[in-house]
Write a protein that binds this ligand. Structure first.
Ligand code: ZN
Length: 148
């Protein structure tokens, strides 16, 4: 019970209740959908990249508290970061979520999700938005935004 309480700490509950950057992005941007069939989490992520910097990022979707809070905190932490740095943060976040190893310097507020690694069934919830982001960042290199 204590571990579960630790997992759903205040910040996660808060981000689940009022997610940040939770809207469809109108301006030209990249968007990709992510789906976690194990839990039913669904999200669409919008990313606007300018001069190799994540100029804007937002999402919409539905899912469990962990998936929503993770996406919300991710958008806060990634907004304004160079694409290369965002990729490093992704690697650190994946490490943390699968092993519990926390790189405080890189992860900042994302540390609140470090307890998730103790719950293997929740790891996919927490990392869904990140994999969706990674898809966009990896496809971005040199390609022109699709209008589809
Ligand atoms: Zn979930």
């Amino acid at each position: 019970m204590d571990e579960l309480r630790e997992l759903y700490q205040q910040l996660i509950l808060d981000h689940n209740k009022s997610p940040r950057n939770f809207h469809v992005m109108d301006e030209p941007c990249e968007s990709t959908e992510g789906y976690n069939p194990l839990c039913g989490d669904k999200l669409t992520l919008y990313v606007k990249i300018e001069d190799d910097v994540v100029a804007d990022i937002s999402f919409v979707g539905s899912g469990c508290a962990i998936s929503k809070a993770s996406a919300s905190i991710m958008t806060e932490e990634i907004k304004g970061k160079p694409v290369d740095e965002a990729k490093v943060i992704f690697e650190n976040f994946r490490d943390m979520i699968t092993t519990g190893k926390v790189n405080k310097e890189e992860l900042g507020k994302l540390e609140v999700l470090s307890g998730v690694y103790k719950f293997p069934s929740r790891v996919k919830c927490a990392i869904l938005s990140w994999h969706t982001l990674k898809n966009i960042l990896d496809n971005e290199s040199g390609s022109v935004a699709s209008t589809e």
